[in-house]
Design a binder for this molecule. Structure first.
Ligand code: FAD
Length: 413
């Protein structure tokens, strides 16, 4: 077994792994990215949040993405039984980016890896991490190539950005049940030859069927559109037939979208991901750190996955760089607590979505522009801005405002 040595080994070349790699490479560190699949590869997670633009910008990955002319996402539309709630990122409480993109991830992720490779980053595709071992001095990772040959790489640090591969949580017994109610999803892409003209054709929309069930419609600039349902696992499973038949029947639940999509062929057999919410007992350890989905995944409803993946990757990469330069890092405070704060805010919004409280606020007839701007900042991913009361007091405030909404609806105030 040959034993290659690097300073940092990154598992996975999704957005999390790429942002970490870009930062560390820019700092002049010797790194290697190991990726199980061959790119381009399909992965779900197509609606980004403005917050992640800062991360791509900081590591110099924005220009290559801009060239791709992905569909601009300047906000999001939520609809339920004919009621509409539009969020416009330019009208948010926190300053920062007021747009982002809707992206086919195969192209998006390939753009990132191509750019890194051009710069000189080593990304080894079709190589799967199968084991890890730690000594006082190093982390030794066993990697299997596509011929089944195993070899080892030693590193001072491992960043696990393996997404739902969840390499270190599995190997180190770090898995922990999520506190988010169990939901599943079924989704595919369609090619739209006759999209509605104007904004209607390109707008990202969440069509809420009932408190637990919703449909996403995410149009891409390449003429394809992503459609997918989220609902309780047993509800999704209750539909008959294979995944195509299940999704076709479910599409009829959307009075608004059924006509637009019912005659279109599915580009691939719809995929189903069951019980997608994931958590871990700890986010770091001696010589390793977990970032992105490998650490935590809540729910797709507010599109927080990629943004959390890049936020955690950038921070992990900065802390590792400091530590390798012999600076003291308090991983508990500087990484774990920081990450958990942001995840905690999003977790409240996800939970309150499925209690119905947030849906009441979104679709309330008497709109309060200040509250809307504050919630909009959360939906744009600015979940660390304590000047926003909907961040600072997230768990109490959403409940209180939902209660006031109830009273207004009942005419009691
Ligand atoms: P990934 O993008 O999954 O990349 C991980 C990489 O690691 C993969 O390329 C994989 O091949 C590789 N890997 C895995 N195991 C190994 C191994 N053993 N060795 C080497 N490499 C390995 N997020 C959003 O932001 N917006 C959305 O609209 C959205 N919608 C979603 C809808 C659903 C139904 C679900 C389930 C998730 C959704 N997400 C969304 C979440 C999104 O998919 C993830 O948060 C995001 O892809 C995480 O990025 P990542 O870099 O951590 O992982």
């Amino acid at each position: 077994m040959n034993n290659e040595k690097v300073e940092v080994l990154i598992i996975g070349a999704g957005p999390s792994g790429c942002v970490a790699a870009a930062y560390l490479f820019n700092q002049g560190l010797k790194i290697k990215v190991v990726e199980k699949s061959k790119f381009p590869r399909f992965v779900i997670g197509e609606s980004l949040l403005p917050r992640c633009m800062h991360h791509f910008e900081e590591v110099g990955l924005l220009p290559c993405l801009e060239k791709q002319k992905f569909e601009i996402k300047a906000g999001a539309r939520f609809m339920k039984n004919g009621q509409i709630c539009n969020f416009d990122f330019s009208k948010k409480h926190t300053s920062g980016w007021d747009w982002t993109w809707q992206v086919p991830r195969a192209d998006f992720d390939k753009t990132l890896t191509d750019t890194l490779i051009e710069r000189g980053v080593e990304i080894a595709f079709e190589q799967e991490v199968v084991d890890v071992a730690f000594t006082d001095q190093e982390a030794i990772t066993t990697i299997k190539d596509k011929e089944g040959q195993e070899f080892q790489v030693s590193a001072k640090y491992i960043i696990d950005s393996s997404g739902f591969g969840r390499v270190l949580p599995r190997l180190l017994d770090l898995e922990k049940p999520s506190t988010i109610p169990e939901h599943s999803s079924i989704f595919t892409h369609v090619k739209e030859e006759n999209r509605p003209k104007g904004k209607e054709g390109t707008l990202i929309t969440f069509d809420v069927i009932d408190t637990d069930t919703w449909l996403w419609v995410i149009p891409f600039s390449n003429g394809y559109t992503s459609i997918g349902y989220v609902g309780k696992t047993e509800y999704l499973e209750s539909f008959e037939g294979d995944n195509s038949q299940k999704l076709r029947t479910m599409m009829k639940l959307s009075g608004y979208y059924n006509d637009r999509f019912e005659r279109l062929e599915y580009e691939f057999e719809p995929k189903m991901i069951k019980n997608f919410s994931k958590s871990v007992k700890q986010l770091y350890g001696k010589r390793f750190v977990l970032t992105g989905n490998s650490a935590e995944f809540l729910d797709p409803v507010f599109s927080s996955g990629v943004t959390f993946a890049t936020e955690s990757a950038l921070l992990a990469a900065k802390l590792i760089t400091r530590e390798l330069r012999d600076e003291k890092v308090d991983w508990e405070i500087e990484y774990s607590q920081y990450i958990k704060e942001g995840v905690g805010v999003f977790a409240t919004y996800v939970k309150e979505w499925y209690t119905g409280n947030l849906q009441k606020i979104f679709f309330h007839k008497q709109e309060n522009t200040i509250i809307k701007a504050q919630i909009c900042a959360v939906l744009a991913g600015y979940v660390w801005d304590k000047t926003n009361p909907f961040v600072k007091n997230h768990s109490r405030l959403v409940k209180t405002v939902a209660h006031i909404t109830d009273m207004e609806t009942e005419g009691k105030v």
